[in-house]
Design a protein around this ligand. Structure first.
Ligand code: PLP
Length: 390
């Protein structure tokens, strides 16, 4: 026996864990009831809206406790397809939709159905922590392309073009981005789309923050000419409806890809729980506007955080266009984002994430989440300023 485990275990082992040490300490301290301010989570603090919970409870009481459709129930897929059709102008139908275990489930299934050994996938960095493992899970190689901080982490199209080789099979994008809050503009999306069309590539487009837009507009990649047939869009209700724990999202893409993902899902989890799908349907049909309330609350918090953090000239703040995070450059006050996060926590009991965990393009930055109430957020940011100025 050469190894007790499959080669997969090496492919999914990434070294992002280091970035979470401060967060884990802060969460443990919070559980002990200590005075800590946690600005390191990506989980909305809002409860899931009541009507959505009622839909799930009602479904359970009505006996919805059996296997559900593996691809997802038709009314929910219809609702998702209609929503995406309205956003893109593309004639999506239920055949283009599979209901998954969150965006993460959609990402891993898309990755496994699109990318195998010998393939390369170009991804824009900084990128969400799981991408490294998720995009390589089937044996593909991740080609990470830095989007320079000096340009506000906006896409470097020349660098993306230069990363494409005959082995490239897909480009992975996240708009709006976690951690930077950058929304890809139409010209940037079009430049990436042109590369995808020219080199016959797939685009894996993570749009999980697509409803939490403060400035500008979110443009789905699939809305660009010739892109619906080569784009798989992954998203969920996690952020838009404060439903992280429900684990429900979807992929929208060409019907043949969706059909392969369905076969994969049959083997992985046999589909998403029916009562969870009932809740998701309620969110999509009767409660779509909930995301507007969330967006307004996050925008207010973004403004609070930006205003307090602007009080020190020793740090630079990248005010996000979307999402739930603000990035701070701490290069002038600390030797690294990690050192800053550790010392800030030790001195002020505020936890932030060393953004280097999202890739070296974000080295020297930390990510501050605004997933807590206004007052605590302001207090946390004030402690950051006190720490910086000391
Ligand atoms: C960019 C990005 N993609 C995917 C996810 C996973 O989301 P979900 O809860 O829908 O699986 C997250 C969660 O933070 C994220 O930030």
């Amino acid at each position: 026996m050469t190894s007790r485990f499959s080669p997969l275990v090496d492919r999914i082992a990434s070294d992002g864990a280091d970035g979470w040490a401060v967060h884990s300490m802060a969460m443990a301290a919070q559980e002990r009831g200590e005075d800590v301010i946690v600005l390191s989570v990506g989980d909305p603090d809002f409860p899931t809206p009541e009507p959505i919970i009622d839909a799930a409870v009602g479904a359970l009481r009505a006996g919805d406790t059996h296997y559900a459709s593996i691809q997802g129930r038709a009314p929910l897929r219809d609702a998702v397809a209609a929503d995406m059709a309205a956003r893109t102008g593309v004639d999506f139908t239920a055949d283009n939709v599979i209901i998954t275990s969150g965006t993460q489930g959609a990402l891993v299934e898309a990755s496994l159905c699109l990318l195998g050994p010998g393939d390369e996938v170009v991804a824009l960095e900084p990128m969400y922590l799981t991408y490294e493992a998720t995009l390589c899970i089937g044996g593909a190689t991740l080609i990470s392309v830095a989007q320079p901080a000096s340009n506000g982490f906006r896409p470097d199209i020349e660098a993306i073009a230069a990363a494409i080789t005959p082995a490239t099979k897909a480009i992975a994008i996240t708009s709006p981005n976690n951690p930077t809050g950058v929304i890809l503009r139409h010209d940037e999306l079009e430049a990436i789309a042109a590369l995808a069309r020219a080199h016959d590539l797939w685009v894996i487009s993570d749009e999980v923050y697509g409803d939490l837009i403060f400035d500008g507009e979110h443009i789905p990649m699939a809305s660009l000419p010739g892109m619906a047939e080569r784009t798989v869009t992954v998203t969920s209700l996690s952020k838009s409806h404060a439903m992280t724990g429900w684990r429900v999202g979807w992929a929208i893409g060409p019907a043949d890809l969706v059909s392969h993902m369905e076969t994969l899902q049959l083997n992985i989890n046999y589909g998403i729980s029916g009562f969870v799908q009932s809740a998701a349907l309620e969110a999509m049909v009767s409660y779509r506007s909930a995301s507007n309330d969330m967006r307004d609350a996050y925008r207010r918090r973004r403004d609070i955080a930006a205003a307090v953090l602007a009080e020190s000239s020793a740090i630079d703040v990248l005010v996000p266009e979307a999402g739930m995070y603000v990035m701070i450059n701490v290069e002038r006050v600390a030797e690294s984002g990690k050192a800053f996060a550790e010392q800030l926590y030790a001195d002020k009991r505020v936890s932030v994430i060393d953004a280097n965990a999202f890739g070296p393009a974000a080295a020297g930055w930390v990510r501050v989440s605004f997933t807590i109430g206004d007052e605590q957020l302001a207090e946390g940011c004030r402690r950051i300023i006190d720490f910086v100025d000391a």
